[in-house]
Design a protein around this ligand. Structure first.
Ligand code: DQA
Length: 147
């Protein structure tokens, strides 16, 4: 069984409370349940995690890289949140491991402040999606299941 890694960056633990007009009212637990249901449909395993700490996210990308090297990674779906726009370390982790990456954002970052328009991760991503709300996680799993 292949596994999908779904990693979530800073402040995504606040989903449901945080700026609901932008991010909606569903919580991170709801997103996890949505991902579990989508992975179950395809017979995929799921590692679903959230951290507010850049280094911990780097470590988890490395872990996904080891799973990838063993041929057991379906894909990494990564909402790096604010670190998307700041983190060379996360870009290097993705490039260094060669993990097949979907960069995901709940909101349409291109319709927001200009500092959200640049992503360090996009250069290393196989696919980029934004603006589908939390439903994007399920859509990303639909896509990864075909990889
Ligand atoms: C986000 C967009 C980022 O710009 C922001 O910093 C986030 C969430 C999104 O899912 O829309 O924390 O990645």
């Amino acid at each position: 069984m292949k596994t999908v890694y779904v990693l979530n960056g800073p402040n995504l633990n606040l989903l449901g409370l945080r700026e609901p007009a932008i991010y909606g009212s569903q919580t991170l637990a709801d997103v996890r349940a949505l991902c579990e249901a989508a992975c179950a449909r395809y017979g995929l395993g799921l590692e679903f995690r959230q951290s507010n700490h850049e280094g911990e996210l780097v470590d988890w990308v490395h872990e996904a890289g080891r799973v990838h090297a063993e041929g057991r990674l379906a894909g990494l779906i990564f909402n790096a949140a604010a670190y998307t726009h700041t983190s060379v370390a996360l870009l290097d982790a993705v490039k260094g491991t060669g993990v097949p990456l979907v960069e995901l954002h709940i909101s349409n970052v291109h319709a927001r402040e200009s500092f959200r328009h640049h992503s360090y991760l996009s250069a290393a991503a196989r696919a980029v999606m934004c603006g589908f709300g939390v439903a994007g996680y399920g859509l990303a799993i639909d896509a990864v299941a075909q990889w």
